[in-house]
Write a protein that binds this ligand. Structure first.
Ligand code: GLN
Length: 479
């Protein structure tokens, strides 16, 4: 049943929303024993919300008529704060932290009648591409199509449950350098990372403040457009939130793509892309052409050549600053106060942060150090500006740019173990460009190869999410 039909039924009181939510929670628990998509299942909150909605429906409450998510269950990446529900961004250092407030996006979901079912698993603080860099004591989520493989990251749990759930459901993910599109690609679902600032970051546990974006992951493009409709908008508590007019994303679902032009990023199809991936992405481009779009090759050197270096300088610098506040005093875990503050902080952080978090703190602190700042961080910021200029030039000619989302098929855990940190970082080669430039991008599932899903990446100019939905919808229809 589509979410659209589901909401209609809920409004007509044809579905007992409490019973439905109970079933959903049972299914989530069951799935979780095998796949580890949730760090927390928020049963109590979900049933409480369901009961409230049910009462309002019974009383034929008028305002319910316009609710965009009435009764629809939403899962939330662990790094997004939900009031009274443990929110740890997948890190033991935040264990026990129950926010006193809802993130902006959660407020919006609740206002529209959405039901929060839990916090999904992720790489610790978002540091990874396979959801294997999990915090101490957490479990690795598994690919819904093949349990021996990764479901991508860092929003791995979000993408996994989006594919696996048998019930109408949409997920909230977060991307700093690709963490929405990448897991969506590995799990055969749509993932939309909006323009930086389009969705307020208030209540998001920061990774990199100049990079983080919250966005929807869902089985259909319609689901993704619907959740975007709900979460977009200016939030006064986020100084980087854009004060622009809200869009109606759903209206792009049926728009023709005739006259649209897509640029095929030449450098993105160079060596390193698995032939199976390349073939399927070209099939996706053909779908676009069949629906009337024009495709042409374009050279875009900077993002592929310098994107990773730029991203990891900026990302780790910002992350190292953000993580300084987790020291066992204000949030989450604390221990017996012994020794000097320095000794105490060191003990808590050594014990409760995972390896990748430590690596990034060290890298980022180094890049920001007096004497190195100009050589690394400031230089990366300059390259970032050049990259934005290169994209902007391309968007004068094209409505969207296309590349594979990830160069490889979802790897086995045994293969990931063999990768060096640098090879790990290489996974994001297609994705860091649009993330560094704050550009909206969308993963569109384009096919299966060796029984594994392939995703195509569409990138649009700032605030042009509508075009992505339009193109994504055309591919979905064509399939
Ligand atoms: N894989 C990237 C990283 O490890 C992106 C993570 C993200 O977008 N949160 O930084």
């Amino acid at each position: 049943m589509s979410i659209h039909d589901f909401i209609k039924k809920v409004k007509n009181n044809e579905i007992d929303i409490v019973e439905h939510t109970q079933k959903v929670i049972e299914e989530c628990k069951e799935i979780n024993t095998e796949y580890n998509y949730f760090n927390t299942i928020s049963e109590e909150l979900a049933l409480q919300q369901a009961n409230n909605i049910q009462k309002l429906i019974k009383n034929k409450d008028k305002p319910l008529k316009n609710k965009k998510l009435l009764g629809v269950v939403i899962s939330v990446k662990d790094g997004i704060c939900v009031k009274d529900v443990e929110s740890t961004a997948g890190s033991r250092i935040l264990q026990g932290y129950k926010p006193l407030f809802d993130a902006f996006v959660i407020q919006r979901v609740k206002e529209e009648g959405g039901i929060i079912i839990g916090k999904t698993s992720q790489d610790e603080f978002g540091f990874g591409s396979f959801s294997v860099n999990i915090g101490v004591g957490y479990k690795v989520p598994k690919n819904p199509i093949d349990k021996e493989r990764s479901c991508g990251g860092s929003s791995g749990g979000a993408a996994g449950i989006s594919k696996k759930a048998s019930f109408p459901h949409i997920s909230l993910g977060e991307s700093t350098g690709g963490s929405i599109a990448e897991p969506a690609s590995f799990c055969d679902v749509f993932g939309l990372c909006p323009t930086y600032g389009r969705v307020s970051r208030y209540g998001l546990i920061d990774f990199g403040n100049s990079l983080d974006k919250i966005g929807p992951i869902g089985r259909t493009i319609e689901d993704v457009a619907l959740l975007m409709d709900v979460i977009e908008g200016y939030g006064k508590n986020d100084s980087t939130s854009l004060n622009v007019k809200n869009e109606d994303y759903s209206k792009y679902l049926k728009k023709s793509i005739k006259e649209m032009k897509v640029g095929i990023i030449k450098e993105a199809f160079a060596e390193g892309v698995e032939p199976e991936v390349e073939k399927n992405v070209y099939n996706g481009i053909e779908e676009l052409e069949e629906e009337g779009a024009k495709a042409e090759e374009i050279s875009l050197e900077l993002p592929i050549k310098y994107g990773l270096a730029t991203y990891y300088m900026i990302g780790t610098s910002e992350a190292s600053t953000n993580l300084a506040k987790y020291c066992g005093m204000r949030y989450g875990i604390s221990e017996k106060l012994e020794g000097s503050f320095n000794e105490y902080f060191t003990r808590v952080r050594s014990k409760n942060l995972g390896d990748e978090a430590k690596r990034r703190i060290i890298l980022g602190t180094f890049a920001r150090m007096a004497g190195y700042r100009d050589a690394y961080y400031i230089k990366a910021m300059k390259v970032r500006t050049l990259m934005i200029q290169e994209y902007k030039k391309a968007f004068k000619k094209f409505d969207a740019l296309v590349s594979p989302t990830v160069p490889i098929l979802p790897p086995k855990f045994s293969e990931i173990e063999k990768l060096t940190p640098l090879q790990n970082y290489m996974m994001d080669v297609m994705l860091v460009g649009p993330n560094v430039a704050g550009l909206p991008h969308l993963n569109v599932p384009v096919g299966y190869e060796k029984n594994l899903p392939v995703g195509m990446l569409l990138i649009a100019d700032h605030l042009q999410e509508g075009k992505l939905i339009q193109l994504g919808s055309a591919v979905e229809k064509g399939k």
